[in-house]
Ligand binder design. Structure first.
Ligand code: ADP
Ligand code: MG
Length: 672
């Protein structure tokens, strides 16, 4: 996967037991009005009465009807939780934090009191928190420690239609917990599955025919426009389309643009701000980006009232598809693309790739235009292209690397992962690929063909880390290599968003400033050097600015490092440092990343050992101009070519030593 945790995280406000965010003063009459005006409000009594008597329920309602922000509050107000905590899972951490802040505001309280959130490495809850918004991945980790989830009386699996791997696994885990609690006479566990799409028979059947409660939606007519021709550059088309709207429609009507990722969004924002400065005669544009890595203060700006005479334009990833509802939107511009993980069971690799949206996703995006009044959706693709889209998104579990999830399931004591009660089973091949990877890493052992694979003591320890198994192993191994501190630093940085700031127009300046950190050993040691320098100036912000280092990201890495260090302490790991001699760090990386190794080919490219893929070193790498014989890498990305990112030079002999049978089986002769 792309980084140690699979999905990356970036710091928000606080971390573990984070500082309480500010409340919003006196009870706010306007907020109360807003709550009462939501489509869900008239249905609340009936809804709660039904949920009260049902062990499981499926709730369906159009995005923006109030499911996420209201139902947890209703449950609490009606005492359905019986005093215990209610967990509400979200596929995205942006949504977990933003929704939690909103609910705290509505309850006129501060985050971390009765309402809190928990995302990886950030815990804004206290012992008295009753509504806990968390990522699905967090709840899954809690289930490792307590498979019956005894702390909770109600679990709300929100945004179920997204079908992330973690939500899919949670379906099975909470269902098992519910059964188990029933059998052992513990307090009942109530399960509520919430979805924004209608195809829910599947959910209902899976949860023992749980009744489906429909919320009356509020949807105004939407005019849908397609392009006449396929668009080769959808980002550019979105800019053109926006200005067409801006010239024709009154300024108070806001626009939501769907693009695929941070870079694309940032450059569109820049371009639009520039263009709108040049067009003095038109009303002002308030252009706001929205994606996961954005600082929370900037995220909440999309909810603020648009100043008079301005038009708000939000440029978002698919986080705005269903997870976050932005008020005031009258126009949607949909590029018809989304960034998705694509897994190849043969190569064992997850690749993040821009793919077409499904019809269901397209319809969700269109729907964002008609929430408050009639609207228009401009699709940057033809009607024929729409016709060719698949009708539903394939659940992530059927298209991503499962090694991390399988390790977690096994750590929960579920030994027979092949027969685990998945709502939609992943391919047998993908499960086998994951088990093989775990076996090669030493986390799993198989005594004989007929035996069930078993978690090894090493595997159990690996599962304690909220990281991709490879990186958990590297941390555990670092004890033997005497470089725990260094490895912790590297893994922490790999887990956050890029700490380096790259600006095309300042490329030469950046390169010369960065030179002092660059190591001929590769990117991992370069990251280590950078962090060491950062520490030596006591995390100085101005220093970061001068050195083109993202202050927020490197600070997040520092926080993550603290947390990982705590886990190490709990695991009884002895801390050690290798000082200047970083060869052992690379040995250790080689021992954990041997599945990600590539050799220089005669043609001057590299070839991966695992799948004989032709790859190149990423231009941003410290090794871009070098031709080492053998390297390990942290991730592969596909940008036309396949690029390795975060690459380190290794000695082939080291690899041979750590996994002799693997290299033999691959029939690879590692040149020395
Ligand atoms: P659902 O889960 O059904 O999609 P939500 O409960 O997320 O609906 O949203 C209900 C309403 O609350 C939306 O209309 C949205 O505009 C508003 N809302 C949600 N979060 C915020 C926020 N952080 N700031 C302002 N309004 C918000
Ligand atoms: Mg919601």
């Amino acid at each position: 996967s792309s980084n140690p945790g699979g999905s990356g995280w970036s710091g928000g406000g606080g971390f573990k037991n984070s500082p309480k965010l500010e409340g919003h003063g006196q009870p706010n009459e306007a907020l109360k009005q807003e709550r009462r005006a939501l489509p869900i409000y008239p249905a609340r009594q009936q809804l709660i009465a039904q949920i009260r008597r049902l062990p499981s329920a499926i709730v369906i309602g159009e995005t923006g009807s109030g499911k996420t922000t209201q139902i947890p509050q209703y449950l609490l107000e009606a005492g359905v939780n019986g005093g215990a905590a209610i967990a509400i899972t979200q596929p995205r951490r942006v949504a977990a934090v933003s929704v939690c802040q909103r609910v705290a505001q509505e309850k006129n309280t501060t985050v971390g009191t009765s309402v809190g959130y928990r995302i990886r490495f950030e815990d804004a809850t206290s012992s008295s928190t009753k509504l806990i918004f968390m990522t699905d991945g967090m709840l899954l980790r809690e289930a490792i420690l307590d498979s019956k989830l005894t702390k909770y009386s109600v679990i709300v699996l929100d945004e179920a239609h997204e079908r992330t791997v973690h939500t899919d696994v949670l379906f099975g885990v909470v269902k098992a917990a519910q059964n188990c609690r029933l059998k052992t006479g513990l307090k009942l566990l109530k399960i509520i599955v919430m979805s924004a799409t209608m195809d829910v028979d599947h959910f209902s059947r899976y949860f023992n025919k749980a009744p489906v409660l429909y919320l009356e939606g509020r949807q105004f007519p939407i005019q849908v426009m397609h392009t006449a021709e396929p668009q080769s550059d959808y980002a550019f088309s979105s800019v053109v389309t926006l200005f067409k709207i801006h010239k024709e429609a009154p300024a108070r009507e806001d626009v939501l643009i769907f693009l695929t990722g941070q870079d694309e969004i940032d450059s569109a924002v820049k371009q639009l701000r520039q263009l709108s400065r040049d067009m003095q005669d038109l009303p002002k544009l308030l252009i706001l980006p929205l994606y996961a890595a954005l600082p929370p203060q900037q995220q909440v700006k999309v909810f603020e009232k648009t100043p008079p005479g301005h038009r708000k334009v939000v440029i978002a990833t698919n986080v705005a598809e269903t997870s976050i509802t932005i008020p005031g939107i009258k126009f949607v511009i949909d590029c018809g693309k989304v960034k998705a993980k694509v897994f190849n069971a043969r190569t064992g690799l997850d690749i993040l790739r821009v793919v077409n949206t499904s019809k269901a996703q397209t319809l969700q995006r269109t729907g964002r235009a008609g929430r408050e009044s009639a609207g228009t959706c401009y699709r940057l693709f033809t009607e024929a292209q729409f016709g060719e889209m698949s009708s539903n998104t394939v659940p992530e579990i059927q298209r991503c690397n499962l090694s991390s999830v399988i390790l977690q399931l096994m750590a929960m004591g579920i030994s027979d992962v092949m027969t685990f009660d998945f709502m939609d089973k992943p391919d047998r091949e993908s499960i086998l690929a994951a088990l093989t990877e775990l076996e090669l890493l030493g986390a799993v052992e198989k005594i004989s063909e007929s035996d069930m694979p078993k978690l090894t003591p090493l595997g159990k320890r690996m599962a304690a880390f909220p990281l991709d198994p490879k990186y958990a192993k590297i941390i555990l191994l670092s004890q033997e290599y005497g470089c725990v501190e260094e490895v912790l630093t590297i893994v922490s940085i790999l887990s956050v968003d890029d700490i380096f700031i790259n600006q095309m127009n300042k490329r030469d300046e950046i390169q010369s400033v960065r030179q002092k950190f660059v190591s001929s050993e590769g990117d991992h040691i370069t990251l280590l050097n950078t962090f060491r320098a950062f520490k030596s100036v006591n995390g100085n912000k101005a220093w970061c600015f001068e050195n083109f280092i993202n202050y927020r990201h490197i600070n997040t890495a520092r926080e993550v490092r603290k947390q990982l260090r705590d886990i190490c302490s709990c695991q009884g790991i002895q801390f050690s440092s290798c000082g200047k001699d970083t060869e052992n760090v690379r040995k250790c990386l080689a021992a954990g990343l041997f599945l990600n190794c590539a050799q220089l080919s005669k043609q001057g490219d590299f070839t991966t050992v695992s799948s004989r893929l032709t790859v190149s070193i990423h231009p941003a790498s410290a090794l871009f101009h070098c031709k080492p014989a053998c390297v390990v890498y942290s991730e592969l990305i596909k940008l036309g070519k396949n690029y390795m990112r975060n690459v380190s030079v290794v000695d082939p002999e080291w690899l041979q030593e750590v996994a002799p049978s693997y290299f033999k089986q691959k029939k690879v002769h590692l040149m020395t």
